[in-house]
Design a protein around this ligand. Structure first.
Ligand SMILES: Cc1cc2nc3c(=O)[nH]c(=O)nc-3n(C[C@H](O)[C@H](O)[C@H](O)COP(=O)(O)OP(=O)(O)OC[C@H]3O[C@@H](n4cnc5c(N)ncnc54)[C@H](O)[C@@H]3O)c2cc1C
Length: 484
């Protein structure tokens, strides 16, 4: 028997199943802490079909916190932050609470490539054409079996393998929720009608049918999104004829569509994994939650899961994580996903052509003239309103701190290495024996209205105050025992 095919000692600290945006982000976060990471991706080539996604404010903040913002901005188009909740067309109120108060439209394959490059630049190994087919876990680690029979050993396994996650199924974790009730066709193709005729018809249909669009996408190609009739078994990809039929049913014309570049469909199944962790195996991204794409939140949610999990798992592997730290991943992220699922359910209701939901949509459209209502919905979609439950304390506790001016420039520039940060306006606090994990910035000029804050590596506020003993307790809670 070939011993490399049946290893016993962990060769890797973490194996990640799936190199989508969630897996790539997680790999990069782990590498910031020198964790030995292997990403296994079943596809031999990166995805090619262009699904334009939006990076919302919190994801853009994450990019800024890891020095990636310039890279992603070069490849995307900045758009106003408003108008995403159920596609209700309202401009965003002024003074949104972010230094990056816009949406960045960017093709999903591009964001995946940039995140994968970032992970490999930091030293993550990505092996393509290898699918995780099974695993067994014990007290010391996980033996992962690939579809070709090869076995690999690691200390942890994370399933970032998408909505149909093999890892989740093998774990036996429940995935309750609702199956697809509606289906939407999406693709790119050429059209046979004059532009003005299309625009007029699209405007009319848009009044009553959401989601529906037919938009020029450059070089004579149009991007088409149209509700399908019924729900297919999805074993077969849709055909151009399916698109024509759906367009005729909704718009009374098929716009003369022809020469498709790619055709796809998506449903509105909404499901949330019952658990995000079973022993040494964890779930993140679409493997843990699926929902319709209204509001454009799925990729953002997955990348933010990875950002929450990365430093905690790294701390566990580096040996300084307090016992309960890894459990805070599920405690914090499960409710966030539940909230996203709920807001997509609400948005789906608001896109129904039935008279009742259309009346509710009109009412909500009126209510969004109140800045506070509009702001609340935008903050929900953009994930900047999240407050993790870290116990009693001021409102800022558990929230992310926005990028602010500090002595050396911008706060987020100080977080590139994924370490904790004490931002100290009192100039008399210290991070003592935690200085190998936590930086200290004594800065009386910081644009902050509290004496000091302790930031976790994900930029969330873990403590507020001015008392050294209290600070030490919180440093222990989040960063373990101090080095001697
Ligand atoms: C039409 C549409 C529009 C969308 N628009 C937006 C948007 O605007 N904004 C947004 O945030 N989100 C959007 N989404 C959602 C977004 O695409 C997903 O949420 C996102 O891709 C999830 O990322 P992930 O890395 O968790 O999973 P995935 O992207 O599904 O990646 C999983 C990876 O795992 C691999 N894999 C699967 N099984 C195995 C295995 N056994 N072993 C190894 N590898 C495996 C797959 O090949 C894949 O590469 C949209 C989705 C759709 C359908």
């Amino acid at each position: 028997m070939n011993s490399s095919r049946f290893p016993t000692e962990p060769t890797f600290d973490v194996i990640i199943a799936g190199c989508g945006p969630t897996g790539a982000m997680l790999a990069a976060e782990l590498r910031l802490h020198d964790v030995r990471v292997l990403v296994l991706e079943k596809e031999t080539e990166p995805k090619s079909f262009v699904r334009i996604v939006g990076l919302h404010m919190r994801s853009l903040e994450l990019m800024a916190m890891r020095g990636l913002l310039e890279r992603v901005l070069q490849h995307g188009r900045q758009r106003p932050a408003g108008g995403f909740f159920a596609a209700i067309n309202k401009p965003a109120p002024k003074n949104l609470d972010s230094a990056h108060a816009y949406l960045l439209g960017i093709p999903q394959p591009v964001i995946e490539r940039l995140l994968e490059e970032h992970a490999t630049e930091l030293g993550a190994q990505v092996r393509r054409g290898l699918a995780v087919a099974g695993f067994e876990q014990d007290d010391e680690g996980v033996t992962v079996e690939l579809a070709d029979g090869e076995r690999l050993r690691s200390r942890y396994l994370v399933g970032c393998d998408g909505g149909r996650s093999t890892v989740r199924k093998l774990l036996g974790v429940g995935f309750p929720g609702e199956p697809s009730r509606t289906e939407t066709l999406m693709g790119e193709m050429e059209v046979g009608l004059p532009q003005e005729e299309i625009a007029a018809r699209v405007r009319e249909v848009h009044e009553s049918h959401q989601p529906f669009w037919l938009r020029p996408f450059g070089q004579g190609i149009h991007s088409v999104v149209v509700p399908a009739e019924g729900v297919s078994d999805r074993t077969e990809p849709p055909t151009l004829e399916d698109f024509k039929q759906a367009l005729r049913a909704v718009a009374g014309t098929d716009f003369g569509v022809h020469s498709p570049r790619w055709l796809s469909r998506f449903g509105d199944a909404t499901r949330l994994a019952e658990r995000y962790r079973v022993g040494r195996v964890l779930l993140a991204g679409d493997a843990a939650h699926i929902h319709p794409p209204t509001g454009g939140q799925g990729l953002n949610l997955g990348v933010q899961d990875a950002f929450n999990l990365g430093w905690k798992l790294a701390a566990r592997i580096r040996g300084w994580a307090p016992e309960a730290l890894l459990d805070t991943y599920q405690a914090e992220r499960h409710p966030v996903a539940a909230d996203v699922l709920d807001n997509t359910r609400a948005q789906m209701e608001l896109t129904s052509p039935e008279p009742g939901p259309r009346a509710v949509r009109r009412l909500l459209t009126e209510l969004m003239d109140f800045d506070e209502v509009n702001r609340h919905l935008i903050e929900k979609i953009a994930a900047i309103g999240i407050r993790y439950d870290l116990g009693e304390g001021p409102d800022l506790l558990g929230r992310r701190l926005r990028d602010i001016d500090v002595k050396q420039g911008r706060l987020y520039d100080l977080l590139h290495r994924g370490r904790g940060l004490l931002l100290d306006r009192t100039e008399r606090l210290t991070v003592g024996g935690w200085s190998d994990r936590v930086d200290h910035l004594a800065d009386p000029t910081a644009a902050l209205d509290v004496p000091a804050v302790l930031l976790r590596p994900d930029g969330h506020v873990a403590w507020i105050g001015d008392d050294q003993r209290d600070l030490d307790d919180h440093l222990s809670r989040w960063f373990g025992t101090p080095a001697s």
